[in-house]
Each structure stands twice: as C-alpha cells, then as structure tokens.
Design a binder for this molecule. Structure first.
Ligand code: ASP
Length: 601
C-alpha cells in the first residue's frame, strides 16, 4: 500500500506516530517558510504542515503542488499547537509534519471547485463526472447507495432468499415501455430485447422451485426521458412462492422500515405500520396513485351539496354524474386585497386549465371571522349551504377554497397538480420526513381511449383479486388486480402483485388487452408452457433502487445517486454515448441505416 492510514482517520491517538498518507490536494496555503496542505481521501481531510527549514525537498514539492494534485506524504503526527485546532474537522486536533512529499500525479486546474459546494452547471458536472464524483456530497451519496444495497442483500440472505442473475439479452418483457433492441449477428434479422424487468424470468424461477428469489437487477426502458427517468435503472427484483398479497407486503414493509433506520437514522418515518389507501380513495382524495401524504390537503367531495346550489355548472355536472370537490388552501386568502386575490386565483386557474379543467371557481374566507366570503360563486350558495360547506371542508378564516368539477379523471389531474403546488407554496414539504403508504386495490385494467381497448394497469401477469376473477368475463373494467404499490413522498418506490399461475386464466388476459392468441403464444409460449408443469402460487415486487436511495439521501433527482447517469437525451456526454457504428459492424449485422434527413447532415 502507498499509504498506512486514511486521511480522515487521523486522530489524537496517532500523535507521535510515523505515517504515510496519500490523496488529493484539497487546498494549499502558502505562508512563506510554512506550507499547509489539506489532503483529502475518501475518508476525509487532514492537515499537512511542511517546513522549508526542516524538509526543503518536501517544501519544494509542496510549493509546486496545486489543487487536485495526487500526493504521497510521509511524516509524523502531532497535536496541533494550542489554539489552532479546527472543531469542524474530525481530524482537526492533529496534523502531520511532512518529512517527504512525492507527487504521484499532477492535475490541471479542474473546471469547477471540488472543495466547495457550488452551484455547478449540470452539463459541466456530467462532462467531467469523474471530478464531480470526487466531491464529498457525491461520495456520500454513492456510499449510501452501497450501504442500502448491502443491507438489502444481507437482510434477504438471512431470510432464505437466493440472488439469481437473469439474462440481459432476452425477449421482450411487457412493462408498458418501448424495448431496447440488440441485433443478433449469428441470426441475421433477429433481435434480442434488453429486459424492461426480469418479470418472466423470476416467475420461471418460481416454476424452477427457488421459492425465494431476489436480484439487484438492471432494467432498460426506451422511453422519452421526461422528468427523472433513466433509460437504464436498478430494481431490487423479488419473487416468492406460496404467498398471498399480505405476505409480500409485510415482508417488504419490514425490510424498508429496517433499511431506513439502519442507513439513515436521522430520517423520520411518518407512520408505522404504513397506512394503506385504496386506489379509488387515493385518486379521489389526492388525485394520484402515488400521493405525497406528508401533508393532508385532501380534496373533499361536496357533489351532493353543490348539486343543490344555484351554480348551473355544478348542478349540470352533478346531474351528468361528475364530481364536485374542494381543496382547502389554509390561510391562502389571508389579508389579500381584492385585486391580489383575483390574481392568485387566476394563477391557480391557469394551472388547473393546463391540467385539463375548464375553470377553477373559488371562495375566499376573510381573516375576520365576521367578514364576508368572497368569490364569484359565493352568491350561488345559501347561508345554510355555506355553513355546511365550511363545516365539511374544515374551513377557517383566511382560507381559500378551490372548487373542481369535471369528469372524474380531470378532477383527479387537477387535484394532483394543485396539491403539489399548494404544498410547495405553503411550505409543507418536510425533507426529513418519509411518508410511506401502500396503495392497493388497483383496477386490473385501465381503458385506453386512443386504442379503444383495455391496458393492464400493472402488467399482464397480475392476478385479479380472487373475488373479481369472474368479472373478467362480465365487466373487466370493474375487476380489481392484486397489485400493491409502496409510495413515499409522492413517488412510487416499489410495485408488485400476486401473479396468475394458471394457463387458462393467463390466456384469458391476452384478448382483453387486444393481443391475438397467435402473437401471444409466439411471445409468451415459454411461460404458457411452463404453466403446465406444476406452478406454485407466487407473487413479488420490484423496488426502484435509484429513487429510494435519492429519498434517503434527500436528493430531489435520481441522477445524484447514480455514478454515471444519462442526460435528458439519453446521452453520456462524458464518453459521447451513443455513437455511430463502424460501417463494418453494421455490415456484419446486416443493417442498413435509413436516417431521418436532419440526422444525415
Ligand atoms: N416487474 C414489475 C415492474 O418492474 C414489478 C413486479 O411486478 O414485481 O414494475
């Protein structure tokens, strides 16, 4: 080893010892005859003192060194002189008096500061990701990720789970996204698909008798990279035999709770056991199947009341079977003047319109308890109706009540958008809090208006709830699936289901989702065949590791917890990936390019 101790491990107990350290120059201060170097390695920073008189060669090397030079330092540890210790640094009571300094590698001036938490432009960070990864914040994130994954592996190992690797070159797995295809050289014209998840293979491992499987699995989905998606991402993929929904949920909840407590003890889990929400309630209350329940801001249904009001829009909507719901924004009307109030209401209405609404009505309560309720629709409610409205919504002086009414899908979208906005505006987002919940009783299928067919709400292997199986024949839209999603702070962090393990039932799903049996057999023949050889009832789940680690690290973006993430255009700007293939490679694969015009230029 080129070092005997890590920089960050240096303590008073080492005083008097000869040590060899190696790392990067974090900072250098030249005080003439004395040079101070903060030397950094993965474990922390320590102070090196170089005295020109006692160690002239070391001093000359220190003199030439600049930030990010890689140095090896030999010297003796001593307590820092009285009054010079640094309580902000774990190593701050000691320093190393250098007798020898070797420059292991010089460094150009980096394009950004490694030793300061600056707002660095993301494009630059990504181009020089290896430098970005040196920053302590990134190192903490990557080490946290390692700890989380190690915890999961050990925890599952102790409970009899076996980690099995499944192929990356495989066949399409329908998780609802586009496949990445890899051309086969040996079988011209044929393609592998990179797995969107190991779904079929983990089910086949259950047929194979493993009973408890997991894998830290890389998954690939060729989607437009809206928001924070990555074309390749990591799942904890897990499957169990002879289980019911409750068993899988309990095991995963326990693992998650213990994981949080072990790796991020400073985070607070809002409620244990995790509350459970029916899909229907999640949508009606929060407008989302992944609600952020750190804050309540729940849409209150007032359809019955609004249907009896004098406001024609509400009356007509209720007659047509559409809901009227109210979001209460606490204190948001407050002391606002009439003009300011109308301006705030107009901004909120624009957001609602962008989410599909035709408008957004409001009633503003004066902060004076005896004051008038303001807003154009106020006059359509009688005094008694208003009393009931305020009671039901829990309205307080100064609150702003926002009324949403439309098809239920539109009301859901508006609820979601406004809730998220209000939470931000009202400062309700506590980053130290992890608000987990389960969402259950999803519909088995969702109607696809464009294609005029049902889509699986999870995927086509999800077992309907046992009592709803017969609905597949009579009213598929009413059948609930055995899906369960674990949600945290507004993100789906895990999702799974009990699976169909019966060939006849599995075959029933294909025509419902608009797939003809011939192509279904071609795509899934292997799994249908396997279903004839003694299949244990089974179910599983997959955790989004990137998202979970981001939540634990308190990072808003998953790119902060992935060592080498892709950009919004699916590129790795550091290496210039993706890149053109050599003509010879394409010829071997029997591929001719037919590029759109702008790409040919
Ligand atoms: N394969 C599913 C997914 O990737 C998860 C599961 O059902 O286990 O979302």
């Amino acid at each position: 080893m080129l070092k005997t101790l890590f920089c960050g491990d240096l303590r008073p107990e080492h005083a008097g010892q000869d040590v060899v350290l190696a790392g990067w120059v974090n900072r250098r201060r030249d005080q003439g005859g004395l040079i101070f170097i903060d030397l950094r390695d993965r474990w922390g920073i320590c102070q090196i003192v170089v005295d020109e008189e006692n160690a002239p060669d070391a001093h000359a090397n220190a003199n030439n060194a600049r930030n990010e030079y890689v140095l090896q330092v030999k010297g003796k540890v001593r307590m820092r002189p009285e009054g010079t210790s640094n309580p902000d640094l774990a190593t701050g009571e000691v320093e190393v008096v250098a007798s020898e300094i070797n420059v292991l590698n010089p460094a150009k001036t980096p394009p950004f500061y490694i030793n300061k938490e600056d707002n660095i432009e993301e494009a630059v960070r990504m181009k020089y990701r290896y430098l970005d990864l040196r920053r302590p914040k990134m190192q903490n994130n990557i080490v946290l990720r390692h700890k989380a994954v190690k915890f999961i592996r050990d925890w599952l190992d102790e409970r009899g789970f076996v980690e099995v690797e499944t192929p990356i070159l495989f066949k399409t797995t329908p998780e609802g996204a586009r496949d990445f295809l890899v051309p086969s050289r040996l079988q011209p014209g044929k393609f592998y698909a990179l797995p969107q998840s190991p779904q079929q293979l983990k089910q086949l491992l259950m047929v194979g008798g493993y009973e408890r499987y997991f894998q830290i699995a890389r998954c690939f989905r060729d989607e437009d990279l809206r928001g924070q998606r990555q074309p390749e991402f990591t799942q904890l993929d897990l499957e169990m035999s002879f289980v019911e929904r409750e068993d899988v949920m309990q095991l995963n909840e326990t693992m998650m709770r213990e994981l949080v407590k072990k790796v991020t003890p400073d985070k607070r889990i809002m409620e244990e056991p995790f509350p459970r929400l029916l899909y229907k309630d999640a949508m009606d209350w929060y407008g989302s199947d992944k609600p952020d329940i750190r804050y309540d801001l729940r849409a209150i249904d007032i359809s019955d009341l609004a249907g009896k009001s004098g406001f024609p829009v509400f009356v007509n909507n209720v007659e047509a079977g559409h809901p009227v719901r109210v979001l209460r924004a606490p204190g948001m009307a407050g002391e606002l003047s009439g003009t300011k109030l109308r301006q705030v209401a107009a901004e909120l209405e624009d957001m609602a319109k962008a989410a599909g609404a035709k408008g957004l009505a409001y009633i503003a309560l004066s902060s004076d308890p005896n004051g008038e309720a303001k807003g154009p629709i106020s006059k359509f409610f009688t005094v008694d109706q208003k009393v009931e409205l305020f009671e039901r919504t829990g309205a307080q002086p100064g609150d702003l009540l926002l009324f949403m009414s439309d098809r239920k899908e539109v009301v859901w979208d508006v609820t979601d958008v406004l809730r998220r906005h209000l939470a931000q505006e009202l400062g309700l987002l506590d980053t130290s809090l992890l608000a987990f919940c389960w969402v259950i009783d999803f519909p088995e299928f969702l109607w696809n208006e464009d294609e005029q067919r049902w889509d699986p709400s999870q995927h086509l292997f999800t077992m309907p709830m046992p009592e709803d199986v017969t609905l597949l024949d009579t009213d598929p839209g009413a059948a609930r699936g055995s899906q369960y999603d674990m949600v945290c702070n507004g993100f789906e962090v895990a999702g799974g289901s009990i699976r169909i393990h019966d060939r006849a039932l599995q075959e029933k799903i294909f025509p419902l989702i608009g797939q003809n049996m011939e192509s279904a057999r071609e795509q899934f023949g292997h799994i249908l065949e396997a279903f004839e050889y003694g299949v244990p009832p089974h179910g599983g789940i997959a955790w989004g590791i990137d998202r979970i680690v981001a939540l634990l690290a308190g990072e808003p973006n998953i790119r902060e917890v992935i060592a080498f993430p892709k950009s919004q255009t699916g590129a790795d700007v550091m290496s210039g990936t993706p890149s053109a293939a050599e003509p010879g490679q394409l010829a071997e694969l029997h591929i001719k390019l037919d590029l759109p015009e702008e790409d040919e230029e």
